[in-house]
Ligand binder design. Structure first.
Ligand SMILES: [Zn+2]
Length: 325
């Protein structure tokens, strides 16, 4: 991704220490940052000033800001990550549209495809929920002889979406779902209307029979990683733009793990669909708390052509790169 050069023109043309010029210059950087993020000049100044700390804006700090923050922002490598857009979640055994949020995944496919058809992403990754037939998340398998729940769960009638505590073979809290996304079944295929980008990477999750994996990075107990983190590092990816199913479950935990793994992260609600209202609310407050930017499809396009940057990303880069004073 290449950002427009004019974001920093002024930094390199300052030729003396006149305070007015320097004042104008930092003002001008703030204005250009605001154009990129869509936030106020004041907000940009706030970020710039927390980067600056106790120093003054002068030739040295302006050049430093350009090198440490702006040039980094201009050269971000960005991946589009499509989470679990599979038949079972769209119109199969675990339809996201049946949840109380009433969000039909079919409505997300059009806007998602617009993004998938751009050739400006540095990487496109599709994840697949990829369960063995006896997966721990299936209600139908809850009483198998190879697993054991807490007594209170063992002895009650279980329903879909109940949460139970497994004790063996691995201790894990688990919500029980209909059988879904069984490896190599129709239900585990990516929905046929979703555009498949050439040269994409595929990450399988939830492959352990005894552990579920909401996040595309790690299983729910944090015991083992998928290949996602390694793939992103191998491709030099700095930022991930995430969309898919379900917004309040697998998209949510993937976004939060992306931030934990030190990637810049953004989520696109209109290219996603969520199951439960309450889960969606909790997801969005977690996104705000942890610096996951919530962006529109158009803003996602803007990221790939250097026209837009989430404020959260600017902030994270500026604060991470803060110089010693
Ligand atoms: Zn699953």
């Amino acid at each position: 991704m290449v950002h427009s050069e004019n974001a920093t023109d002024t930094t390199n043309t300052v030729s003396n220490n006149n305070n007015t010029i320097l004042g104008n210059q930092s003002q001008s950087i703030a204005e250009q940052l605001s154009q990129l993020t869509g936030n106020s000049v004041k907000d940009s100044e706030k970020i710039m000033n927390s980067w600056l700390g106790k120093r003054q804006w002068d030739l040295t700090t302006s050049v430093q800001f350009d090198q440490e923050v702006l040039s980094r922002l201009r050269s971000l490598r960005v991946a589009l990550l499509v989470v679990d857009f599979q038949n079972d979640f769209v119109d199969g055994s675990l339809k996201i549209g049946d949840g109380d949020a009433g969000q039909d995944p079919a409505n997300a496919i059009g806007p998602l495809n617009e993004l998938l058809q751009l050739n400006t992403w540095d990487l496109v990754v599709y994840t697949k929920d990829w369960h063995p037939h006896n997966h721990i998340s299936f209600l139908s398998q809850a009483h198998n002889s190879d697993r054991e729940m807490e007594k209170k769960d063992e002895n009650r009638t279980l329903n879909f979406f109940d949460s139970v505590q497994f004790m063996k073979p691995i201790k894990t809290e688990q919500i029980l779902y209909p059988d879904h996304c069984i490896q190599k079944s129709w239900g585990s295929d990516i929905h046929p209307e979703v555009h498949i980008a050439p040269k994409a990477e595929y990450i399988m999750k939830g492959v352990d029979p005894y552990l579920d994996s909401y996040s595309a990075f790690n299983d729910n107990n944090g015991r083992s990683k998928t290949e996602l983190e390694d793939v992103l590092h191998r491709e030099g990816i700095d930022a991930v733009v995430i969309a898919g199913l379900a917004y309040d479950i697998c998209v949510r935990f993937t976004c939060l793990d992306a931030v934990k793994q030190n990637f810049l992260a953004a989520v696109i609600p209109e290219c996603s669909a969520g199951l439960m209202k309450k889960g969606i609310e909790e997801s969005e407050s977690a996104f705000k708390k942890h610096g996951v930017a919530m962006i529109s499809k158009e803003e996602a396009k803007g990221i790939t052509d250097g026209e837009f940057l989430p404020q959260e990303w600017v902030q994270k880069i500026a604060l991470a790169k803060k110089s010693s004073e």
